[in-house]
Write a protein of this length. Structure first.
Length: 125
C-alpha cells in the first residue's frame, strides 16, 4: 500500500511540474522594445516598420529607401531629394517611441482571457 501511494504522488507531482512549466516566459519570444536597447538602421519589427537610428524612431519605409518614380529618398518620415548622410547608424529609441512600437508589434504573442464581445451568443438574439 505504501508503494502505490508513493507512485501516485510521483505521478501527481510530475503532472503538476509539466503544467507549471508552460507558465513561464517563452525563451523563443522576441525581446521587448525598450529605450535602453540599441537598434541599427533598418532594424525591422513586424507591424511597426523600420528603425531610423538618426531619428530614433520607426517608420513604414526603410531608411534612405529610394523611390525611382519620384527620385526621392525616405528618411525620418519624409521623402527628400538626397539621401540622408550621417555617421549615426545605431541608437536607442525615445521612451515614448519604444512604448508605442512595443504595442504595435505583430510578432509577439498576446495572451489573456479574451473578450466576450468577439463571441456569438444566442442569449442576446
Amino acid at each position: 500500500m505504501k508503494r502505490s501511494r508513493s507512485i501516485r504522488l510521483f505521478l501527481i507531482g510530475s503532472l503538476s511540474a509539466g503544467a507549471l512549466a508552460g507558465c513561464g516566459p517563452d525563451a523563443n519570444a522576441p525581446l521587448a522594445v525598450a529605450a535602453e536597447n540599441v537598434y541599427t538602421n533598418n532594424h525591422h519589427l513586424p507591424g511597426v516598420g523600420y528603425y531610423h537610428a538618426p531619428f530614433r524612431a520607426w517608420y513604414a519605409s526603410r531608411y534612405n529607401q529610394f523611390d525611382p518614380k519620384t527620385q526621392r529618398y525616405f528618411q525620418g518620415g519624409a521623402w527628400l531629394p538626397t539621401p540622408h548622410q550621417t555617421i549615426t547608424n545605431l541608437s536607442s529609441p525615445l521612451p515614448e517611441v519604444a512604448k508605442q512600437a512595443q504595442a504595435r508589434r505583430t510578432d509577439v504573442p498576446r495572451s489573456g482571457f479574451g473578450s466576450t464581445s468577439r463571441g456569438h451568443s444566442s442569449f442576446y438574439s
